[in-house]
Ligand binder design. Sequence first.
Ligand code: ARG
Length: 459
Amino acid sequence: GSNAMWGGRFAEGPDAIMEAINASIGFDRRLARQDVEGSRAHAAMLAAQGIVTEADAEAIREGLLTVLSEIEAGTFEFSTALEDIHMNVEARLTELIGPAAGRLHTARSRNDQVALDFRMWVRDQCDAAIDALPRLLSALVGQAEAGADWVMPGFTHLQTAQPVTWGHHMLAYAEMFARDLSRFEDARRRMNECPLGTAALAGTSFPIDREMTSAALGFDRPAANSLDAVSDRDFALEFLGASTICAMHLSRLAEELVIWSSAQFRFVALSDRWTTGSSIMPQKKNPDAAELLRAKIGRIFGAQVALTTVMKGLPLTYSKDMQEDKEQVFDAADALMLALAAMTGMVGDMTAQRENLEAAAASGFSTATDLADWLVRELGLPFREAHHVTGALVKMAEDRGADLPDLTLADMRSVHDGITDDVFGVLGVHNSVASRTSYGGTAPDNVRAQVARWMERLA
Ligand code: ARG
């Protein structure tokens, strides 16, 4: 039969495949709450402006609450023929309250309606990230506080570089996730303009009050240009952008947890709550949460590319292409929230293996730089010469299968005769980290000061 929504113009209904490619109700039902909220604010404004009667607005507003409660109770019957959440809600409203429902769409289009709903949904996700990130920060700061002076190897190229402290390494991630937090805050601030009332694309001739709906829906102001407001998806892209960077940070930490929990490293023990066993190998404790988290991040990167690609060829204003904005963002947001929660749980529960960290820190000639610095400081050697002398000593130790502190004073003096017994004082890893007191360095006192700063900030 003819179309229920625009039957006036259409003699024939859509092909079944057309209906399948056109329908978004399979996913945009997730916008139900935002759709009802937006419509309720719109109805109240229409009444306040004398565009519909108070009685009609009241019936609409009440009816919409009933629709929402049906959707939330799972008793609502969604129809693919009705395409999307907006049409489904309106059709049910008509069943419930009769012809007055038809007045709701005055001075509005699905174009500003979907722009509004989706923007509010993404805004909620920013809030969820802004809520979740401080919990992850607290878990990291908790680890840093416990291990402010635990020594571990610091790496470049995944080769032992210099000893660092566990606390310093944990706080490196705190810095990253705090920047992520501020990116979500920035994005939220910029997206908080209300598109409702821009109608199809040109605005409307009805005397609407956009300030009223904007304020009622928690926006800072109405969007200033109707063409932009119905066709802009920057807000979703910025959310994905912030999510992409945050996800990348999560994935790097997940990667470290996978490496650190291996038998070859044994830097951390992940708790039973975040690992799984093997059906055949009894000894196994696999870091599945970290691995899945690392993998799920791909969905977020993919969404960022997919939505930028959807948008890049669209002339102003709305094109149906834009219906493809939602699934990607829904999926990315789900992946991000799950990843944040899993990482927070893993970090909070994990146990750093202090002895293993310290033993690893002492291997791999990690204090060679300390030796070179000593030669500069005590003997006045140019750094380049000190580097050369130290390199020769490392080679000597390596040839013997020994470490730097295993060399004798005579060994040392055979390479440079100015070296004295004092040199052995700088070859220990605790001495090494304690000496890195420059601002931002790994010294335990610095870490403790940073922990205090973080605690104040998170309180
Ligand atoms: N389901 C549509 C979407 O998600 C709603 C907007 C439809 N607007 C239109 N003019 N066909 O984009």
